[in-house]
Design a protein around this ligand. Structure first.
Ligand SMILES: Cc1cc2nc3c(=O)[nH]c(=O)nc-3n(C[C@H](O)[C@H](O)[C@H](O)COP(=O)(O)OP(=O)(O)OC[C@H]3O[C@@H](n4cnc5c(N)ncnc54)[C@H](O)[C@@H]3O)c2cc1C
Length: 459
């Protein structure tokens, strides 16, 4: 018997993957006994916000991930297709009918026992057999505490406070230069976007006047998620103070608002840098830090923000060298419980500190409905194989699964941030090409043949 906790996108896929392979599952879901601040129904796999499961195009990263999930027997994608509504290239669903169908599939499967109750630390301690935690970005406070204690407090995050990430190939390298401050550290890992005075003030003006993303009241809930109704009435500034306390950061636009030179003396201080075009220190510099070993992705250092996504693109493209930047992830500061996967999890998504406790879904450090469901299938598959005496078969690096897992296992020193599936994490083709279309086509081709290889090994 395998215990799966959380009947969201990941938990239902884990339960389905196990039950389809003949393994009995006990699936815990705390709703409606106890609710999260974002879910509003009692259905499993509830879409808490948009009703889109991203692109269906087979030549997109999300389409490739779907092809891989379908090949492994995804329940969520089959039911999403059955309950789809028109959405252009995106797979959009009728959320209630989809939720009903997923719930029914779980309740009717003879090998799945559904328990509508909150799973507690006491239950976790006395659980026999494999345990899968798929409790998502709004994991209940008590279980979060238990997980924090198991993994080491500093390896469990309660907030996403991440800067935008861009594709390396979209940077203007005639402007951007590689240099670590005072040339310290091994190699020049950092890239720098140098501002002159005019460029800097134009950027600051655009930043402070840009439109902010709306605030969800529950996001001020803090580590224990104990937001009282009174908290919801706090003005935005007070909510930001709370987030600053828990996430340890202030949004860049709030820093810029304190004075037009505050970034030049803070987040964008140019000391220790020399612009090779002028041989002088720039007026200010935005630094870029590699996000992966292959250096195909860079995050904008200290640019955590709460601007609307469209505004982030407009404003950050004003930074010298980023005028054509392709954003693979925008900055956010919001509630999100997730593990620092490279430290806390092994490649099979088991806790390093407690083998036989697996983690699936957004808790692993992926992001989004589809990515979370994908990790649910993978964990179910890994456990079923293990119980059957079969070995672990890693997805090839070139597959979408391989790309997501590589992010979760990448030990590069960085502020670990959740990741969705995107072009930047799919490895570059062996033969270098500057043509973006050709490069992307080759990435998908490699992922497809990687999938075939993986399926053969799994058979
Ligand atoms: C406000 C908000 C908006 C979002 N918008 C989008 C979006 O537009 N597009 C997108 O792709 N993603 C979005 N996401 C992210 C998306 O919700 C997640 O990626 C996805 O739902 C994660 O799947 P999961 O299975 O890991 O967690 P969930 O789907 O959240 O499932 C976790 C389940 O565990 C249950 N649970 C928690 N603790 C316990 C416990 N102790 N015992 C029993 N059950 C428990 C919860 O009730 C829940 O049903 C959003 C998230 C939030 C919070």
């Amino acid at each position: 018997m395998v215990t799966v906790v959380g009947a969201g996108f990941a938990g239902v896929e884990t339960a389905w993957a196990l039950a389809s392979r003949g393994v009995s599952v006990r699936l815990y879901e705390m709703r409606p006994v106890k609710r999260t601040p974002a879910h509003t129904t009692d259905y499993f796999a509830e879409l808490v916000c948009s009703n889109s499961l991203k692109s269906k195009s087979p030549t997109s990263p999300a389409g490739q991930l779907k092809a891989e999930m379908n090949a492994l027997g995804s329940l969520v994608l089959r039911l999403a297709e059955e309950h789809s509504v028109p959405g252009g290239e995106a797979l959009c669903v009728d959320r209630d009918n989809f939720g009903k169908a997923v719930t029914q599939a779980m309740e009717e499967h003879p090998l799945i026992e559904v328990v509508r109750d909150e799973f507690t630390p006491t239950m976790a301690e006395s659980c026999e057999g494999p345990l899968v935690l798929a409790t998502g970005p709004l994991t209940s406070p008590e279980l979060s505490e238990w997980l924090a204690a198991k993994t080491g407090r500093k390896h469990l995050y309660f907030y996403d406070a991440v800067s935008p990430t861009v594709e390396a190939s979209s940077l203007d390298m005639s402007v951007v230069f590689a240099q670590s401050r005072y040339d310290k550290g091994e190699g020049n890992d950092y890239l720098n976007c140098p501002f002159n005075k005019e460029e800097y003030y134009a950027f600051v003006e655009a930043l402070v006047s840009a439109e902010r993303a709306p605030f969800h009241a529950f996001e001020a809930g803090g580590v224990r998620g104990e937001a009282e109704l009174g908290d919801y009435a706090l003005p935005e500034q007070a909510l930001l103070e709370k987030i600053k306390y828990f996430a340890g950061c202030t949004p860049i636009e709030a820093i810029a608002e304190k004075g037009e030179r505050s970034l030049a003396f803070g987040n964008f201080k140019p000391i220790g840098l020399t612009d090779p075009r002028t041989d002088r220190r720039p007026y200010a510099a935005l630094q870029l830090r590699p996000e992966n070993r292959e250096k195909t992705l860079y995050s904008l250092v200290a640019c955590q923000n709460r601007l609307r996504f469209g505004e982030q693109k407009r404003v950050f493209q004003m930074v010298p060298g980023l005028q054509n930047a392709e954003f693979i992830r925008y900055g956010v500061i919001h509630r999100n419980t997730y593990l620092e996967a490279p430290t806390a999890l092994d490649e099979q998504l088991q806790l390093r500190s407690a083998p036989n406790v697996y983690v699936a879904g957004q808790l692993t450090g992926v992001e989004g409905y589809v990515e979370s469901a994908a990790m649910g299938i993978l964990v179910g598959l890994n456990i079923a194989r293990k119980l059957d005496g079969q070995g672990y078969v890693a997805p090839p690096r070139e597959t979408a699964y391989g790309a997501l897992l590589a992010h979760l296992q990448d030990q590069t020193e960085r502020e670990f941030a959740p990741m969705n599936i995107n072009w930047g994490i799919l490895p570059d083709p062996e033969e270098p090409t500057r043509d973006k279309g050709i490069k992307r086509a080759k990435k998908i081709e490699a992922a497809q043949s990687g999938l075939s290889k993986w399926l053969e090994e799994l058979a």
